[in-house]
Unconditional design. Structure first.
Lengths: 306, 302
């Protein structure tokens, strides 16, 4: 018997050709369970959100009436939406730059085979597993206007005045929230940059050293270009997660003071709690659309593929 | 490149300092959890070590002591009476059930999908991979409103039926973790040469047998790593747990309820916070090796 015939006689599909797609030779049974979960709890709610966004909510009767452009036009003319978009981009941009630069520098610092560095690298991963809501709390405590240890240190060195607690002042509140994000996620960048650094080939650096290149030159001419793929992937993943920030804002300032730290996600959450589900859906879809546009542009420009 | 001694010492000092700065919030948090109230809320000076350590905060959140007992203990009658809303035993049990359940569900679904994606060539394979990736980046807020509606109808949001409540959170955490698990496991399956499968099948094993008896045992480490990451992400998840259920409070949700308009109970918050962080610390040290792969969805290896 040929191999093909052996395979034929073995496969249950050959007995009942109609049921071939149910046999383990066919990808369907393997993918079906995961697909079912993603359709029922992912695709269906997404379509439902789209459907909701095309309806106007009557606040008295609580009925949703079909009015396809009502919520979208409302969002377009809502200054709070524009402010939230601006805050979201500002937050994402600042956090991304700081985390990337810090991450790269710390990775270079910790990239050593000498004794003790392994422990330091392991310690550096710990912030990653702290629940973000708990991280928010940690910084809320440390930034407390009257007894927070960080606030008081900043008062002591004159960077901050006790009259303007960092989280209660609309011009500094975002910085306070960013601090929590940067503490928690710089280690993410450190880890990925370390992995990138460790995978670099040794030869170019040896050649550069022989040619008399300084460490700084080697970094900009060799390390950075060779790390570009790793950096792009890290920026993409982190950027998308930053764009939908919710936990820190909710826990630390609840979008306040006023709307100073209101991001798209938190504004959408607030509308949801007010009961205007169609408008909340519209805002969350705007978040999604912006994420898709920004990330596909990024992937196109930097030719990243995950 | 060998560095000179002074340079090396300078580097060591900088490295230790940087890591110490990152460890400080954790240290401060743990320290706060064993401070008595007067040391936490001291507005005149920052109390670092000048206090009598106490485990009272842990007794309240982990053992369910009431505030009355604390008051009697400390010889004051302030705050006596009322049941303790800081008792977090049920919260911890809830969190463990949800995290373990969703991890199990995720891994079962993901391991099947990942095997097919790694081993079979079929129409729509790329599309499926993109779908999974897209699911990872879908902001949860985009589906939360309809999900709440669905959960209400299905009786998973605000019923007395704890079981349905658990199922609700387990399923949605599984959805959240599925993309990471699928892509991570696929990268581990990709590391196993296809010859292994072919050899087994030539010996007469079916696809299913090959998968279960031959390939799956070879990626045990990968499955463990994926499971640990799923557990951590479920354990730390906040938004979905906050919106989707009113009967179950996971640890991150519960802890935010300790912040009240009349003041925050920092002793209790930091005690529960410290207890909530510990499982993650232990687990993360177990998967150090695969962490980068997990965080970059299998696209970068260490």
């Amino acid at each position: 018997m040929s191999d093909a015939a052996v395979a034929q006689s073995r496969s249950p599909g050959s007995l009942w050709p109609k049921w071939r797609w149910l046999s383990s030779e066919h990808p369907l049974p393997w993918l079906l369970p995961a697909s079912a979960l993603m359709i029922i709890f992912g695709i269906y709610p997404l379509l439902y959100a789209l459907w909701l966004s095309l309806h106007k909510r009557n606040p008295v009767t609580r009925a949703n009436v079909f009015d396809p452009d009502y919520n979208w036009m409302k969002a377009f003319g809502d200054q709070r939406v524009w402010d939230a978009i601006a805050t979201t981009f500002l937050y994402t941009g600042i956090a991304l730059v700081i985390q990337l630069v810090l991450g790269l520098l710390i990775a270079l610092l910790l990239d050593s085979d000498r004794k003790g560095y392994g422990v330091l690298r392991a310690l550096m991963t710990l912030p990653l597993v702290v629940p973000p809501a708990v991280t928010g709390m940690m910084f809320l405590l440390m930034l407390d206007g009257s007894f927070g240890v960080l606030s008081r240190s900043l008062y002591a060195v004159g960077l901050l005045s006790p009259q303007y607690p960092i989280l209660a002042n609309s011009s500094t509140a975002l910085a306070g929230v960013l601090l929590a994000d940067i503490w928690q996620w710089t280690p993410f960048m450190v880890l990925i940059m370390l992995a990138g650094l460790r995978s670099l080939p040794k030869e170019p650096f040896e050649a550069a050293a022989i040619d008399g290149a300084t460490a700084v030159q080697a970094f900009f001419k060799l390390t950075l270009p060779m790390m570009s793929k790793v950096i792009a992937i890290a920026v993409l993943i982190r950027g998308i997660d930053l764009f939908r920030v919710f936990d820190y804002v909710k826990v630390m300032t609840d979008s306040g003071p006023g709307t100073a730290t209101e991001t798209l996600t938190s504004y959408s959450g607030r509308i949801y709690f007010n009961g205007d589900f169609p408008y909340a859906s519209t805002l969350s879809l705007i978040t999604l659309i912006l994420v898709i546009i920004a990330s596909s542009l990024f992937m196109k420009i930097f030719r990243v593929k995950l | 490149m060998e560095q000179s001694l002074p340079k090396r010492i300078l580097r060591d000092i900088t490295a230790v300092t940087v890591v110490a700065i990152f460890m400080f919030p954790l240290f401060w948090w743990a320290l706060t959890s064993i401070k008595p109230m007067y040391a936490i809320f001291n507005k005149d000076e920052v109390v670092v070590f000048d206090f009598v350590p106490t485990l009272i905060n842990y007794a309240v959140v982990l053992l369910g002591w009431s505030r009355a007992e604390i008051a009697i203990e400390s010889g004051s009658t302030f705050g006596v009476g009322g049941t303790s809303s800081y008792d977090s035993r049920q919260t911890i049990i809830d969190s463990i059930i949800v995290a373990v359940g969703s991890t199990g569900l995720t891994i079962i679904l993901a391991v099947l999908a990942a095997y097919a994606l790694s081993r079979m060539r079929f129409r729509g394979r790329e599309g499926f991979l993109n779908w999974v990736l897209g699911q990872r980046f879908l902001p949860p807020i985009a589906i939360i409103v309809p999900l709440v509606g669905m959960y209400k109808v299905a009786g998973m949001r605000d019923t007395d039926n704890l079981f349905l409540g658990y199922i609700g959170l387990i399923v949605i955490h599984a959805l959240m973790n599925l993309p990471i698990a699928v892509l991570l496991l696929k990268s581990f399956f990709d590391d196993v040469p296809k010859d292994v499968d072919e050899a087994a099948m030539i010996d007469g094993a079916t696809r299913w047998q090959t998968f279960l008896k031959v390939v799956l045992p070879m990626v045990r480490g990968g499955v463990a790593a994926a499971a640990v990451l799923c557990f951590i992400f479920s354990w730390t998840e906040f938004l979905l747990s906050l919106f989707l259920t009113t009967i179950i409070r996971t640890v991150p949700v519960k802890i935010t309820t300790f912040v009240t308009s009349t003041g925050s109970e920092w002793g209790f918050i930091s005690a529960l916070g410290t207890a909530a962080i510990l499982p993650g610390f232990i687990f993360i040290l177990l998967v150090q090796r695969h962490l980068v792969r997990g965080l970059t969805l299998g696209s970068l290896k260490e």
